[in-house]
Design a protein around this ligand. Structure first.
Ligand SMILES: [Zn+2]
Length: 139
């Protein structure tokens, strides 16, 4: 084990560049891949999708990096007992000043211990500072 190996484990798994992105929009390398590698998301929806994908790939580092500092938990971790099955974005909007956004979505997941499928519905708020979007909280 080296620091390098620890860091890459923290970054989670990565699908093949031409595989469908876990968020379901298009190929990973043209979808959430660059955002997971640190390229700023252009819209709140792009950031929301990259965070869903980070949950699916167990990339706790991306979740921590894109969480608004005031609302970020002390320990951001990814639950191994959750298998993410699909994402549907219902609505997304950005205020005219480009500093706040909202994304309503549904995400399906399965509890790997019980095999039970569940639906998460959320209306998330995002804030943009210094050219980067951050997840703030859910309404
Ligand atoms: Zn994606």
């Amino acid at each position: 084990m080296s620091f390098g190996a620890a860091a890459s484990a923290h970054r989670g798994r990565r699908p093949a560049p031409d595989a469908l992105c876990p968020c379901g929009r298009r190929a990973f390398a043209a979808c959430c891949g660059p955002v997971l590698d640190g390229v700023p998301a252009e819209t709140p929806e792009d950031l929301m999708r990259s965070r869903y994908t980070a949950f699916a790939l167990a990339d706790a580092r991306h979740l921590a990096d894109t969480w608004w500092p005031a609302t970020r938990p002390d320990d951001v971790s990814v639950d191994d007992g959750t298998s993410w099955l699909g994402l549907e974005v219902l609505r997304s909007e950005t205020t005219p000043d480009g500093r706040t956004g909202r994304v309503a979505f549904r995400a399906r997941w399965r509890d790997t211990a019980t095999g039970e499928s569940r639906l998460l519905e959320e209306d998330s708020r995002f804030l943009r500072r210094a050219g980067r979007w951050y997840y703030a909280d859910a309404l």
